[in-house]
Ligand binder design. Structure first.
Ligand SMILES: Cc1ncc(C[n+]2csc(CCOP(=O)(O)OP(=O)(O)O)c2C)c(N)n1
Length: 601
């Protein structure tokens, strides 16, 4: 939120700025499911007392809550990461038919370069496919301005409006001139209108031409939309660009002529043609798909884009400059930014005290095929665990394990399990578990209940029992839920206890009928962990034989000192050490040490 300075100018991230824009627009309801790079938008909304903000169980529900709030007249914000829009796509496409009452704005953050995602899909295609307008901010000021504006557009054109920042816009900080909060113009009321809100074929059919007419109106509007602007410079080169690519282009080629598009869909045909007619050579600089490029080509223009710039990953100014000017070219002496420094790769790892560590030690030892899911536990796919064998999308692991069982029959017995985090289970694991029960599956489902949504920054979820404001809320009783879905075998284990976990996994693999193991232990970064935290452990150098087994649990607190010595009459190359500043005393290293060299003081 930040405090105003005397000019009302604040340094804000794109996500903070978007939330501020929504608040200023009079937004009273906000719903989201966390996901990088979008998470901070809802976190910020939850700090405004005037906004009723929730972490929804998943993105589809977030959008449906948003639809209801909008139908009741509230200005509403729904936010998610790009793949979240796949989950919310079902309500999205038909919301385009019903339209809205109070302004409904959907901020979906794309992630070129997959900084923290399972793919780098380009969501501009959704705007075209669902026939909805989409705004594309380039910095925090535009994230603020466009989000605010989007509420008015939503009410004017009677449709949800999409806003698409990308990771660099969401997370970079720049100056924003903030304003006062307004009141939404639509009265709050329950207003029946079946022809608009009940999308039976008989009502939906006449809505289709209405939305086609709306697109025609939007196509007229976009020609005058202030977020689209031409910045004429040297006319040898003209560049059409948008979003963060505009920033790279300005830095790389400050003197080139630029058409900056603030609305990704629909695009201004007349403006594009006019711009093209004023420059000698026309380029498009856009990350990911040739969305603008194909559109411009469809207008009959000779345009260069993906022929010189990559379709995968992020750009940077040096890349843009080189693509357009070649190695030595110069146009008005623009700065050549250095390429990003090459840093050694530092993949994320499980924290000291992570409850997932003990479970994956067991799964690795049991040599199982582990159908995985998305969360901190996905890190177990990497060395040294290498204990996770699939990761597709949220909720997929449970169904995948069942699919393998169906394909392999008896040959899969006792060899396949699925793992899923508590937040992911609530998001999309309940339905495949019901499917397993209903259709007679057997592959055990292991729910990693660390009492939080750890991967995205410890948000509350319907299992953890904490809401978006950090207040206590209901918590799903996983044992009772599994039983009610028809799972006869349910175990609850402490994943810090390796023996107990191993026994439950073996029992589940041998059991007839479907089974669920709930591995319940708090994330080391949440308050509940303090209740079980123990003093740091130490390695007894006189006992440690330097076997390195403890290194196989990938705990950052455990390292190895290469110092030759003799232990119990045998030559050893070194010994393990525990960093007492990092160790939180979870005991997993001690449990895997056959020599019993790792102890509490
Ligand atoms: C459709 C979709 N929405 C959001 C995300 C971002 N995301 C990845 S994992 C995850 C949840 C992780 O929480 P949990 O399942 O509890 O596992 P933990 O990280 O706590 O181990 C989220 C929100 C995503 N990848 N896909």
């Amino acid at each position: 939120m930040g405090k105003h300075n005397e000019n009302n100018i604040l340094l804000m991230s794109g996500n903070e700025a978007a939330a501020r824009g929504a608040w200023e627009a009079g937004c009273t309801v906000a719903a989201a499911y966390p996901g990088t790079p979008s998470t901070e938008i809802l976190e910020e909304m939850a700090r405004y007392p005037e906004v009723n903000a929730e972490w929804s169980i998943n993105e589809k529900v977030a959008l449906e809550v948003g639809a209801g709030a909008s139908y009741a007249g509230a200005r509403t914000l729904v936010s998610m990461k790009h793949v979240g829009l796949n989950v919310a796509a079902d309500p999205l496409f038909t919301l385009s038919y019903t339209g809205v009452r109070g302004g409904l704005v959907i901020i979906e953050c794309d992630d070129p370069q997959l900084h923290s995602s399972q793919n780098e899909q380009d969501n501009r295609h959704y705007a075209r496919a669902a026939k909805l307008p989409m705004l594309e901010p380039s910095d925090s000021a535009e994230a603020h301005e466009f989000t605010k504006l989007a509420f008015g557009l939503s009410e004017r054109f009677d449709c949800p409006v999409l806003v698409r920042p990308t990771t660099r816009v969401s997370h970079a900080m720049s100056l924003v001139k903030v304003g006062e909060r307004q009141k939404g113009p639509v009265p709050l009321e329950l207003k029946k209108d079946k022809a608009k809100l009940v999308m039976l074929p008989g009502f939906a059919r006449p809505r289709h031409p209405i939305l086609e007419e709306r697109m025609r109106e939007l196509e007229k509007y976009v020609e005058t939309f202030e977020g689209n602007r031409i910045e004429m410079g040297d006319t040898k080169i003209g560049i059409i660009t948008a979003g963060i690519s505009y920033m790279y282009t300005k830095e790389a080629l400050p003197d080139a002529s630029i058409l900056k598009l603030g609305m990704a869909w629909p695009m201004p045909k007349r403006m594009i043609k006019e711009f093209a007619s004023k420059v000698e050579k026309l380029y498009v600089v856009e990350e990911l798909d040739p969305f603008i490029e194909d559109f411009a080509r469809g207008l009959g223009l000779d345009v260069t884009g993906k022929a010189v710039l990559p379709i995968c990953g992020e750009f940077n100014p040096a890349m843009v400059r080189k693509a357009i000017l070649g190695d030595g070219g110069k146009i008005g002496g623009g700065a050549t930014s250095a390429s990003p420094q090459t840093l050694p790769p530092r993949p994320p790892i499980m924290c000291p005290g992570c409850p997932h560590r003990g479970l994956f030690w067991v799964l690795r030892k049991e040599k199982l095929f582990v159908c995985g899911d998305i969360g901190c536990y996905t890190l177990s796919a990497q060395k040294p665990f290498e204990a996770l064998d699939t990761c597709l999308c949220m909720g997929a692991g449970v169904g995948q394990a069942f699919g393998m069982e169906k394909a392999l029959g008896e040959a899969s017995r006792g060899r396949v399990v699925s793992v899923i985090g508590d937040s992911t289970f609530a998001h999309s694991g309940i339905t495949p578990l019901a499917d397993i029960a209903h259709n007679g599956g057997r592959a055990p489902v292991i729910i990693l209940d660390n009492r939080t949504t750890a991967m995205t920054g410890r948000q509350g979820n319907p299992v953890s029992g904490m809401n978006a404001r950090g207040e206590p809320a209901t918590s799903i009783d996983l044992e009772a839920l599994a039983k009610s879905l028809g799972i006869p075998n349910v175990w609850v284990v402490n994943p810090f206890n390796i023996e107990e976990t191993k026994k439950a996994v073996r029992a589940a693999l041998e059991s007839e009928g479907p089974s669920v193991i709930i591995a319940r232990g708090p994330c080391a970064l949440i308050r509940e962990f303090k209740e079980i935290q123990k003093p740091p452990m130490f390695v007894d150098k006189d006992i440690c034989d330097g076997c390195r087994t403890c290194l196989m649990i990938a705990c950052p607190a455990v390292t190895w000192v290469a110092e030759g010595r003799v232990v119990k009459g045998k030559k050893r190359k070194g010994y393990a050490v525990i960093d007492e500043l990092m160790c939180v005393g979870c005991g997993v290293c001690s449990a895997v040490c056959k020599e019993e060299a790792i102890k509490w003081p």
